[in-house]
Design a protein around this ligand. Structure first.
Ligand code: 6PG
Length: 481
């Protein structure tokens, strides 16, 4: 709660890695009054930041090498590292840690894999150093004016940098969107899952664009207007806002809609894929993130798609039905699908918390995502309240979200049904619908799975009519008599 200037003294911290994010974050910290020593492989980059931030309150100090950097910092030192994860991070830590003293702190603000973070914590703490793994979200704009920050590591390390980081973070009604969540790699795990949800959110937006473009023949501007209209309801979010902007923009080179000139081959750096892999390890459904990752994989294979169109002919779109009623249904379908995506995402976090003993506070995570990060949306405040009321309850069972599902799930069924008939690809919405339907099915078909497992491998099953002591007892079927 606004615990910034009054509670914390101005800090002098180090920042390594003056790429776009590093530069913007250094300026942000200096604007908040903190002094920042800067280190990059190229001194000129640090010097540029010093010039750019000349009018800001905090001092910006360009350092020529590691020794000058370390000497410039007051003890105990706090060093933020903003370089790509993997080898670049390894080499920064390798070069800096021998120069640091016991009690000095390194914080990694990259999108690191949480198990790497756990390794760094163990290695550096064994040397008497401190290490924090923190996810930072919001792109360059966020880094400059207030990102969301998800921190993991020891509480002592967190106490060291809490002041400047909360000062620089986004605020939701004065509440800093920067918090500590647990030990080791928990901060990076939460950021990874944030990105998994980001993938699902973006895929749903792309699917609704596809329904409008290929189902109803709408041009990019008309699609942008629909997205802009959604900003008046529960879909109000940063991603929908920028989807409207992207869809409405013109290409200065051709005067066509910019969107029509963007090659449909999606990139990915790995956090979405990691989210799905971790969810699978934890046994938590993450079908919407998986659909999003797979859609990006298929999009990336442009040659394969061209060959497919040549072999089988272009998809016959069929009839996508009435546009006006369809657009209203699409908004409702998106609301239901979005709630399913967040329900899955938070359930992955809950499983991770149990499996790794992290004791994650889901309400606090939702709170930090309310501003600054890419998935910020009006629904996140309600999500934080839902988890505050009952942290053990699945998100879509909370009264507000249950009501939204009851109001909108039928539209999800009808939009997916229409899309399937019109041969429009809506894998994330389809995954949402299946997840919702499966989640309310008391009598599933897994009795057949169990029967087959027992028949071929004597894996046993439980009986539906077991009572008393027999509940939970595993038996074989008659095929083994
Ligand atoms: C953020 C973003 C940011 C970035 C990711 C995803 O929260 O600011 O998630 O971290 O966009 O790296 O990138 P890809 O889509 O390339 O995987």
């Amino acid at each position: 709660m606004g615990q910034t200037e009054t509670e914390f003294a101005m800090a002098h911290i180090g920042l390594v890695g003056i790429g776009v994010m590093g530069r913007e974050f250094a300026l942000n910290l200096a604007e908040e009054g903190h002094s920042v020593s800067l280190l990059d492989r190229t001194l000129a980059k640090s010097e540029e930041v010093v010039v750019a931030g000349a009018d800001l309150t905090g001092d910006l100090i360009a350092c020529a090498d590691e020794a000058a950097f370390v000497n410039s910092l007051p003890s105990p030192r706090s060093v933020l590292v903003l370089v790509p994860s993997g080898k670049p991070l390894d080499s920064v830590i390798g070069a800096l840690s021998p120069l640091l003293n016991k009690g000095d702190l390194i914080a990694d603000l990259g999108n690191s894999y949480y198990k790497d973070t756990e390794r760094y914590v163990a290695e550096l703490e064994a040397k008497g150093l401190m290490f924090l793994g923190m996810g930072i979200s919001g792109g360059a704009e966020g880094a400059r004016h207030g990102p969301a920050i998800m921190v993991g590591g020891s509480k002592d390390s967190w106490a060291r940098v809490k002041g400047p980081l909360q000062d620089a973070s986004a605020k939701f009604e004065d509440d800093p969107c920067c918090d500590w969540f647990g030990p080791g790699g928990s901060g990076h795990f939460i950021k990874m899952l944030h990105n998994g949800i980001e993938y699902a959110d973006m895929q749903m937006i792309a699917e609704s664009y596809g329904v409008m473009r290929d189902g109803w023949g709408m041009d990019a501007k008309a699609v942008g207007d629909v997205f802009a209209g959604w900003m008046g309801g529960p879909l109000n979010s940063y991603l929908v806002e920028i989807a409207a902007e992207v869809a409405r923009a013109d290409d200065p080179k051709t005067d066509n809609a910019m969107l029509d000139m963007i090659l449909d081959r999606a990139g990915q750096k790995g956090t979405g894929r990691w989210s799905v892999i971790e969810a699978l390890h934890l046994g938590a459904p993450a079908s919407m993130m998986q659909a999003a990752v797979e859609a990006r994989n298929i999009s990336a294979d442009l040659e394969g798609r061209v060959a497919g169109a040549a072999a089988f002919g272009a998809v016959d779109r069929g009839d996508a039905g009435d546009r006006a009623g369809g657009i209203a249904a699409l908004e409702k379908a998106m609301i239901a699908a979005k709630i399913c995506a967040y329900t899955q995402g938070f359930e992955v976090l809950r499983r991770a918390s149990d499996a790794f003993d992290w004791d994650l506070d889901l309400a606090a995570i939702a709170r930090v995502w309310r501003a600054g990060c890419i998935i910020r949306s009006v629904l996140l405040d309600d999500m934080s309240e839902a988890f505050e009321e009952d942290g053990a309850r699945r998100l879509f069972f909370a009264p507000k979200f249950k009501a939204l599902m009851q109001e909108n799930a039928e539209a999800l069924q009808s939009v997916v049904g229409m899309a399937v008939s019109a041969r429009l690809a809506v894998p994330a919405m389809y995954a949402a619908m299946s997840y919702y339907n499966a989640s309310r099915t008391e009598t599933s078909t897994a009795n057949m799975i169990q029967g087959l497992r027992d028949r071929f491998g004597a894996h046993t099953f439980e009986r539906v009519d077991a009572i008393g002591e027999d509940v939970g007892v595993k038996v074989n079927g008659p095929w083994h008599d």
